[in-house]
Every structure is written in structure tokens, then in C-alpha cells.
Design a protein around this ligand. Structure first.
Ligand code: SAM
Ligand code: SF4
Length: 365
């Protein structure tokens, strides 16, 4: 191991330059970084992997992010919205299979019909599980009142990726209008925290024009905002998006994959007690993507339990993994991936972020 890497891995606090060094490390140093992050994870969080049954309940979106296949300007994706009964039924399936939490994700909408529907769904899931089902929501930017209403109805974790923490890059990859405003997104993260949610964020990795410096600052953004959980993954191109024209300047898929795993490892070293997801995009780029992310420090897996007829239309990027498994296979495949990586699935529990729990306990004292 180079002496510089050795010094960095021994430090208590990492600087931006340290993070740039980790992110830019060569192949021969990657294994050392991954193993170190794996040890940090085991020391602080043990061997448990927490499960969230992922329900991608609608691909209707009012926004137009330049990278996303379900952006509203893409007229070539059939749009769907699962019914209340279907969403609550999928949550029951999660409960019956020992998944102690679900994650409800969709395109972003701010109309009353959508907001009220989510509210009813949250209440019904809580009611049918006798309050036992943990619920993460990921439905984009909303007002503080809406976040509070959903929190009171049963959601207790919310994932809102910053996507990229550099306002200049943010402008490059989003339309320059009020709907896509970097400051509004950061304000939403503050509102979520204030409302009482375990707050999650994250970023896209391997975007065109993104440098190791950008990625290091993304990690520091998560730390400075004291986030409780992270969902981040490699950017994967989609032919029906404006960003597709840059496909020739991207890193190869393999390079983007390992960059994603390195970001997981660096974040684990930086924030030892947060929840970090082994995301679907990682699995899409490598047949053992989730196992490798777990070994490098991730501790959350989100098996896709969206009703089968909708799954392939949540088409964010090409080749998305896991759309063809039936619901029975989802559980066995997930369990097999977790155990083969040397970990243990955490059934029938919420698996809250340790960082969040520590903060709550401090506030109580
Ligand atoms: N609409 C909500 C939002 O944007 O916060 C939640 C759903 S959105 C589909 C979930 C995540 O998908 C986004 O935060 C984004 O990072 C990711 N995503 C979108 N397009 C992607 C792409 N081409 N490659 C990888 N991830 C992508
Ligand atoms: Fe809509 Fe989210 Fe995709 Fe942006 S990333 S277009 S908000 S679904």
C-alpha cells in the first residue's frame, strides 16, 4: 500500500484532498480501500443488511431532469400509476415476506390528488401492519406542509438525492426553470430534517464533465448536511434523454461501476454510522454489483416488489436490473446475494439509521 493511502486510512477526519485521493486511487489500491471500509462498517454496524421492499408506484413526473428516462418530455414511455389497492397489497407482500420496511418511490408531482393518495396509502399501510411496517418515501420536492402531513401519516424516512452538489453542474443537467432549482432542493433537505424524518440523500456518479473534485465535494455535502442515509449510484445512459448525446465522453460502464463502489467505500469511511444502499444501478452494471457494494460498506438492499406489470416502465436508464424476477424469486435472490457476500438479512425490523438514533438520544438528554 502506498504510504499516502496508509496515512489517509488512519485519519480520524478526511479532507477534500484525502477524498480526491481515495476516489482517484488505481485498481491495485481499490481492494485495500474496499476492505478498510468493510471493516469500518462491521465495527460500527455489524453484519446485518436491512431490507426495504421497493415499490415504484408511478412513473408520471412533472419534471425534466436531463438524465432520467421518465422525464415528462419523454413521450415514448407508457405512463402508469399503481392503484391504492395495488400499493397497499405490495406492502402486505413485503410484510408477509419478512421485509420490515418498504420504500415508496415515484416521479414528482405536486397536485392535490397525488398528495392525498400518498397520504391515504401511508395510513393504510400503517393500519394493515398494526403500525409495524417502516416506510421510506421518495417522491421529490414538496412543501413543508406536505412533508409534515406524510410524516404524521406514517412515513418516517425520506430520500431526496441532491444528485450533484455543485450548483454549476446542477444547472448543466437540469432545465433552468423554477421547477429545477438547486437551492429549493437543499431547502427541501432542511425541511425534511426539521419535520423529523430520517433524511437521505445521494448523487449520480460518473456523469459527463464530473471530476473527482466534484465527487469529493458531494461526499462532504452529505457530511455537512449530517444526512442519515445515502442512496447513490452510477449514472447510466438512456437513449431518450438529452444527456445521451454525451455517451461517447463517459467512463466505461466498468469504470463507472468501480467508481460507484469507491464512493460507497469513501462515504463509509467518512460517515461510519449512516445507512448506505447497495443500489439497483450498481447491480445493473455488474452481475455481483450489490454484493460488491455490501463488501465495500453498504448495509441496505432494496428488493424491487413493484407489481410486475408496471416494473419495466419505471425505465430510468437502459438495462435496469431486477425487472423480470417474480415476487417469490425476489426474496430468494436477495437473500442469496446478501449471504454470499458474508452478511445476514435483517428480517422483520425497521433497520433505522444508527446516526439518526444517536442524534435522537442526544436530543432527549
Ligand atoms: N422523482 C424523485 C426524485 O427525483 O427525487 C424520486 C424518483 S427518481 C427516479 C430516483 C432517482 O433516480 C433520482 O434521484 C436519480 O438519481 C436516479 N436516476 C434518474 N435517472 C438516472 C440515470 N439515468 N442513471 C442512474 N440513476 C438515475
Ligand atoms: Fe422526475 Fe425524479 Fe426522474 Fe427527475 S429524476 S425526471 S424528478 S423521476
Amino acid at each position: 500500500m502506498s504510504s499516502e493511502l496508509h496515512k489517509i486510512l488512519k485519519k480520524e477526519e478526511l479532507t477534500k484532498d484525502d477524498l480526491v485521493s481515495l476516489i482517484s486511487a488505481g485498481n491495485e489500491e481499490n481492494e485495500i480501500i474496499f476492505n478498510h471500509a468493510g471493516r469500518v462498517r462491521e465495527l460500527h454496524l455489524g453484519k446485518k443488511v436491512h431490507l426495504r421492499g421497493l415499490i415504484e408506484f408511478s412513473n408520471i413526473c412533472s419534471k425534466n431532469c436531463f438524465y432520467c428516462g421518465i422525464r415528462c418530455a419523454n413521450k415514448n414511455v407508457p405512463r402508469y400509476e399503481a392503484t391504492e389497492k395495488e400499493i397497499v397489497g405490495a406492502a402486505k407482500h413485503a410484510q408477509d415476506n419478512g421485509f420490515g420496511s418498504v420504500a415508496l418511490q415515484s416521479g414528482e408531482r405536486s397536485d392535490k390528488k397525488f398528495i392525498k393518495k400518498i397520504d391515504r396509502v401511508l395510513q393504510r399501510i400503517k393500519q394493515q401492519s398494526g403500525g409495524k411496517m417502516g416506510i421510506t418515501l421518495s417522491a421529490g420536492e414538496q412543501t413543508e406542509d406536505v412533508y409534515r402531513m406524510w410524516f404524521e401519516s406514517g412515513a418516517h424516512r425520506y430520500l431526496l438525492r441532491i444528485e450533484m452538489s455543485d450548483p454549476g453542474l446542477y444547472k448543466k443537467f437540469h432545465p433552468g426553470d423554477n421547477l429545477h432549482d438547486f437551492n429549493k432542493r437543499t431547502e427541501c433537505l432542511s425541511m425534511l430534517r426539521k419535520t423529523g424524518y430520517q433524511t437521505g440523500s445521494g448523487m449520480l456518479i460518473g456523469l459527463p464533465f464530473q471530476t473527482p473534485e466534484h465527487l469529493a465535494r458531494d461526499l462532504l455535502f452529505l457530511k455537512e448536511n449530517d444526512i442519515d442515509m445515502a442512496g447513490m449510484g452510477p449514472y447510466i445512459e438512456h437513449p431518450e434523454t438529452p444527456l445521451y448525446k454525451y455517451r461517447e465522453v463517459l467512463l466505461s460502464k466498468k469504470e463507472r461501476f468501480y467508481l460507484g463502489i469507491k464512493m460507497v467505500a469513501a462515504l463509509r469511511i467518512l460517515m461510519k454510522d449512516i445507512n448506505i444502499a447497495a443500489t439497483t444501478a450498481m447491480q445493473t452494471l455488474h452481475p455481483e454489483g450489490q454484493q460488491k457494494a455490501l463488501i465495500a460498506g453498504a448495509n441496505i438492499v432494496m428488493p424491487n416488489i413493484t407489481p410486475a406489470k408496471y416494473r419495466e416502465n419505471y425505465f430510468l436508464y437502459e438495462g435496469k436490473s431486477g425487472v423480470h424476477f417474480n415476487l417469490e424469486e425476489v426474496k430468494s435472490v436477495t437473500e442469496e446475494r446478501i449471504r454470499s457476500a458474508g452478511f445476514e438479512p435483517g428480517y422483520n425490523e425497521w433497520g433505522d439509521s444508527l446516526r439518526f438514533e444517536k442524534r435522537k438520544n442526544r436530543q432527549r438528554c
